[in-house]
Design a protein around this ligand. Structure first.
Ligand code: BGC
Length: 272
């Protein structure tokens, strides 16, 4: 059984004199991915999850209504009644999802604030791009903590997600995975999915990743790249092979970054 009790909540044990002070600055985030919809309660003072995260499988097809039902199920699992932040793998501006490169095309044009707040009893929601959420979390609590200047987080997965933060402030929806590098879009030659599909070694794949990073650094001159996505767990196998100029460090929050960033976004009242 997953322990999802919140210290200090009505269903947890009464804190004794020796127990640490329970966190009070709590938020809730849900990260919508290609295979799972994951959520959890976040301690916004530390960027850590309170208890375990909970996951339901992403419905197929991943239409807006089906995903929103999944998000509501995740939230209900925790008996959470407060505001909820949600990530999506596409551009969100003025509350509307604009692109859907790696999710059902029915999302394009969907009013995602209406959708999620409708499934969540009309409560306050924030909806933002998945890489932007991960970038906010890594910048505040993870690999980018305390780094001044321009920090660029890239997620290598089915696609390439990007987030740019300038001294902690997000520039949303940068979508650099779709930038043309040579003959193709960056994510069509250097995502983790391309490596798997082509059966490439890390040596071969990092040649492509280096080209992509060199293109980004020529345009944005970041102080630091943070590499996220599942493949960042094996970063010791490939980050040392990169040949671009700017330092590249692995993400440290790993599979909680999207949840944490989503919770931060709604706590800050972020509207994209
Ligand atoms: C989408 C981005 C997303 C990234 C990672 C890209 O294909 O266009 O919005 O952040 O994949 O999921």
């Amino acid at each position: 059984m997953t322990d999802t009790s919140v210290p200090g909540s009505s269903d947890s044990d009464v804190a004794g004199p020796d127990d640490p002070t329970p966190p009070t600055n709590l938020g809730f985030g849900v990260d919508v991915g290609g295979s799972g919809i994951k959520g959890g309660i976040v301690d916004l003072d530390t960027g850590e999850l309170v208890g375990e995260r909970f996951k339901v499988l992403t419905p197929q097809p991943a239409t807006p209504e089906a995903v929103a039902r999944g998000v509501a199920e995740v939230v209900a699992h925790f008996d959470w009644t407060g505001p909820v932040g949600v990530t999506l793998p596409g551009v969100v501006t003025d509350g509307i999802m604009r692109t859907a490169a790696n999710i059902d095309k029915a999302w394009i044009g969907t009013d995602v604030y209406d959708l999620f707040s409708g499934y969540l009893g009309g409560r306050q929601v924030s909806v933002l791009n998945d890489a932007d959420a991960a970038g906010m979390a890594e910048d505040a609590y993870g690999a980018g903590k305390g780094v001044a200047g321009v920090v660029m987080l890239l997620t290598f997965g089915t696609g390439i997600g990007s987030a740019i933060l300038i001294n902690g402030t997000l520039v949303p929806n940068t979508e650099l995975g779709h930038l043309q590098v040579g003959k193709k879009e960056a994510e069509h030659q250097a995502s983790s999915r391309v490596r798997e599909e082509k059966g490439w070694s890390y040596e071969k794949w990092t040649e492509k990743v280096s080209e992509v990073l060199e293109t980004y650094e020529a345009l944005f001159w970041p102080n630091l790249f943070i590499a996220g996505g599942g493949i960042s767990r094996k970063s010791d196998k490939w980050i040392p092979l990169l040949t671009n100029k700017t330092p590249v460090v692995p993400a440290t929050l790993l599979n909680t970054a999207g949840i944490v960033g989503a919770a931060m976004a709604v706590a800050q009242g972020l509207k994209t």
